[in-house]
Write a protein that binds this ligand. Sequence first.
Ligand SMILES: Nc1ncnc2c1ncn2[C@@H]1O[C@H](COP(=O)(O)OP(=O)(O)OP(=O)(O)O)[C@@H](O)[C@H]1O
Length: 359
Amino acid sequence: MSDREKKFSGKTLNDILQFVAPGAPIREGIENVLRAKTGGLIVVGHNDKVKEVIDGGFYIHSAFSPAHLYELAKMDGAIILSDSGNKIVFANAQLVPDSSIISSETGMRHRTAERVAKQTGNLVIAISQRRNVITLYHGELRYVLRDIGVILTKANQAIQTLEKYKSVLDQSIVNLGALELEEMVTFRDVLQVLHRFEMVLRIKNEINDYVNELGAEGHLIRLQLTELLSNFEEEAALLIRDYKYGSGNDHYPILKQLQDLSSLDLLEDAILLKLLGYSPFTNIDEVIMSRGYRILHKIPRLPGIIIEKLVTKFLNLKLILRASVEQLDEVDGIGEVRAKKIKEGLKRLHDQLDIDRQI
Ligand SMILES: Nc1ncnc2c1ncn2[C@@H]1O[C@H](COP(=O)(O)OP(=O)(O)OP(=O)(O)O)[C@@H](O)[C@H]1O
């Protein structure tokens, strides 16, 4: 599990980053305080644990507004917001957390923020007066918000990298398709495509993290990501369906596992083989037969239910390719016209993949 997916008092870092992302009123308030250089200490949530550490101050009970937060930050002490952040509950509060809680911070504001977060499990935001930094504390988590310009540059670089990897992936999918229609696919070919899917997933995860942190500022990046990866998940699920061991309907759970794993280490062949349900010691130069789901989905106007029936009857692409029009006609829902269309479609696909392939 990546740091961003780890739960801290029930919330992940991504949840917290979305809560304070640009576009959210609380972020506008925080940015105002940062620019005014007054510094600030904000606790989100006013529960019993928080009440225990408050000394002094006064109740406000007003709706949250960025301007209001900025005005209150001019006073000393902490501001306490409601759980959802839509109310300012308390201001000018002296916070007195347990001093035996270990803190790595030196300044009093940040030490207090870290200790209160650890003691209460609430989100605490420290806005530094001198260093132009916003630090988030939540339970054991400490995260310094990065400059939006820096994240945008990184996100744009990641999009360019994604474009390159995506085109490498697309080419390897074309090559695989050509091999499938020639019945010459080995485990090695399938694993190579899966590795490329994995690389694309890895960059997608990274960009998603940037998008979360960018909030409204990440709109264009989000659009580019969606555009670049349209059909990506479906293609990956069909590939898994074609090659996984056993014919059960667990291709999406396997894809989810691949997604989860790819946010950690680069996956080895043995892990991918296991994910597909094979022994990690499988000889990867052995020939493997596609069931045909992915290729059949490329034939225009061929409904999913018919594809399902074709694979159930013929078991793999090799036997579907070798079936005559009469044999295809025997499948429920396929008449002579459709049987011919399937044969023509497969032939056309083969010709096209032969032109586009690079092996
Ligand atoms: N326990 C506390 N409760 C509420 N507010 C506090 C507490 N401790 C410090 N502060 C606030 O933080 C302000 C700055 O303290 P200090 O300079 O020691 O912190 P810092 O962590 O170095 O932060 P900065 O980077 O903003 O200077 C204080 O003036 C006060 O308003």
